[in-house]
Design a binder for this molecule. Sequence first.
Ligand code: SAM
Length: 193
Amino acid sequence: MDMSSWFSETEVSYLKSIVLQTNKLNGSVIEIGTFKGQSAVSIISALPEHDKLICVDPFTDFSMGTSGIQASGEYICSAFKSNMEELGLSNRYVLHRVPSNTFFKQIVHTYPYYQTGRIRFALIDGAHEYPYVADDIRNVYNNLVMGGVMVLDDTNFPQVGAAINDTIKKYAIPYSVMPGTKLGVAQKIGWLI
Ligand SMILES: C[S@@+](CC[C@H](N)C(=O)[O-])C[C@H]1O[C@@H](n2cnc3c(N)ncnc32)[C@H](O)[C@@H]1O
């Protein structure tokens, strides 16, 4: 199985504990930025059996600065699908192979949960450039149910951190960073105006 390990054990446990907390709410569970599936597998493991994770990723060719991590979008997409199959999770996700802004413009409204609860949990781990992160936070927040939670990865990346700081300040979103991790957490406890 070819699956990257972006998340530490601590981060995986935090992620699962937050998903578990939101299971009592109505709404969809989504992930922006799926890659080969590490976070998808963690999130699904915390969902009730009838629930599917909505994965949003355009699977374009991937290359990460000096880390040497590089792969074609086709390869990443097929690695994700075969990882899920190997783990018996093929029926636990729905994949939208589009950028997140397309998902929010064209697809989120088509979900049956949309009218009752929209999104109850979201992991934001897609494009790491400032405008995309800011858009993802705003779009997710606009679609979160009351009490719903979004988790943001890589808060230590300069552009991700800056987008988070500016966006949460702009919309006065309650936010904290999980101790000892690079995960940020924001919960909807008031309407976005
Ligand atoms: C750091 S990886 C995600 C890691 C993944 N969460 C895991 O656990 O393995 C970032 C992913 O975001 C995806 N991505 C890039 N631009 C995107 C966009 N505009 N919308 C959604 N996903 C995007 C990339 O294709 C890549 O798979």
